[in-house]
Design a protein around this ligand. Structure first.
Ligand SMILES: Cc1ncc(COP(=O)(O)O)c(C=O)c1O
Length: 449
């Protein structure tokens, strides 16, 4: 394997110097489906899902893994997660409908969100969702109301804020003392919420949930979270005689994203989590809860590769050479948002040595700086450029900025690629507008009514 970019990526070269994605050649994929194109390698995705599921098997604890759909949820992805025995964490009507349309039973879904609309709560309760993760006081009553209206009981978890600042970027840190999510443990809100939920006949309070952030490299953050959650469970048992059947400790495990970084794997994460629970429950008289984790990024990031076509090559005033690709912040906002880094290769000449370093830009009307100092072997306009590890939080965060349409997504395995999301037709974007004349007529009609 030749690494012609900043750090190691698993690109298999074939004769002729090209590289394969799910056994498919990058040039053929680009020619057949157009660019930008998100390619998901099915084997890598399924093996990541299996690795997590297997890591969370333990002789003394029951544990389950949920896939956090916010990373990338399309029907095909939801179906694969379900086939791999993962439950699915959803946080909107759109994500829940996607899972349901893929044939995932509502019972296998967990509904999150800091502000769920009335329609979303109706849909979740009516469809028989596995758990609703209740985030604030009024939502306890809102869920209870629907559960009794739809003639049943609803299983809930309470999202608590353990007040832990995980070592990660501010925008994706969600368990710090000033986070908007959940009931704070420190000021007594969480205890009051348990009392309210446990007293509601329409609810079954199954347990608690917390999520301390994303792209977390330091697994000890989870051990600290577990200590906080277990201390809370003890306090709840002592003062309210309520026990938790479920403790969901969230997702957030990091993936390696810049040169020289290494992320913990599923096994290391699981060992830390089980170890912390073993310690916390060692001298407790409480029944062991069922554990749940819900990673998103760590399950799907490395299975994705974005293919772009280089459109422009030019020398910049500072002497560096810029490449402009046919996408950018509309299909992957992460470089602009977090200066996220990725490995970049030129599949057609994967085996050749780099002839220099390049600055790569997207074609949007901002700097749209994607990657700097990328070593590549003579990239030219017309070449396909591969950005690796883009499975998570790219397509799911895509926008129509500059009135671009969203890219297509394919899933590839054993040399065959299947479209799982069509390229958004530009007509769909344009059709949302109401023509100025039609708008005026509609307004007049409304006034006359
Ligand atoms: C409640 C919850 N669970 C799980 C996740 C998944 O995080 P990650 O993709 O970093 O594993 C998130 C991410 O925002 C989340 O908010």
């Amino acid at each position: 394997m030749h690494h012609n970019s900043k750090h190691a990526v698993d690109v298999t070269p074939v004769t002729g110097g090209s590289a394969l994605f799910g056994g498919c050649d990058a040039q053929s994929l680009a020619a057949q489906f157009g660019t930008p194109l998100l390619v998901i390698d099915e084997v890598r995705l399924r093996s990541a899902m299996r690795a997590f599921r297997e890591a969370f098997v333990h002789p003394r604890w029951r544990a389950s893994v949920a896939y956090a759909g916010k990373a990338l949820l399309l029907q095909a992805i939801a179906k694969i997660a379900h086939e791999e025995s993962l439950s699915i964490d959803v946080c909107s009507a759109g994500e829940l409908q996607t899972a349901l349309r893929a044939g995932v039973p509502a019972q296998r879904c967990i509904f999150h969100g800091c502000f769920k609309t009335d329609d979303e709560l109706d849909l979740a309760v009516q469809s028989g969702i596995g758990y609703i993760v209740v985030d604030h006081r009024a939502e306890i009553d809102a869920v209870a109301l629907r559960a009794s209206r739809f003639g049943g009981r609803c299983d809930i978890l309470l999202r608590v804020n353990p007040g832990i600042a995980a070592q990660t970027r501010g925008a994706i840190q969600t368990g710090a003392p000033d986070s908007k999510f959940g009931f704070a443990i420190d000021d007594g809100q969480a205890l009051a919420a348990v009392a309210a939920a446990a007293n509601s006949p329409a609810l079954r309070l199954a347990g608690i949930h917390a999520h301390i952030g994303s792209q977390i490299f330091d697994v000890d953050s989870y051990a600290r979270e577990i200590v906080r959650l277990t201390d809370f469970a003890k306090a709840v048992h002592r003062s309210l005689a309520v026990t938790f059947d479920v403790m969901n400790i969230g997702g957030g495990l990091a993936v390696a994203d810049s040169p020289g970084t290494q992320a913990p794997d599923a096994k290391q994460w699981a060992q830390t989590i089980f170890g912390a629970f073993e310690e916390c429950f060692a001298d407790l008289n409480l029944a062991k809860p069922q554990l749940c984790v819900e990673p998103g990024r760590a399950l799907i990031a490395s299975a994705g590769t974005t293919l772009y076509r280089i459109g422009v090559r030019k020398r910049l005033p500072d002497g560096t050479v810029a490449l402009i690709v046919d996408g950018g912040m509309s299909d992957n906002p992460r470089p602009a948002l977090y200066e996220a880094d990725y490995a970049v290769t030129l599949p057609a000449r994967a085996r050749l040595p780099a002839d220099g370093t390049y600055k790569i830009f997207g074609r949007h009307c901002e700097a749209d700086r994607l990657f700097r100092d990328v070593a590549l072997p003579g990239p030219l306009p017309g070449d396909v450029l591969a950005v690796h590890g883009t499975g998570a939080y790219t397509y799911s965060m895509a926008s129509n900025y500059n009135r671009f349409s969203r890219p297509a997504v394919v899933i590839a395995a054993a040399g065959r690629a299947r479209l799982i999301a069509r390229r958004e037709p530009l007509e769909h974007v344009l059709d949302l507008d109401i023509e100025p004349d039609a708008a005026r007529e509609a307004r007049t009609a409304a006034v006359l009514k």
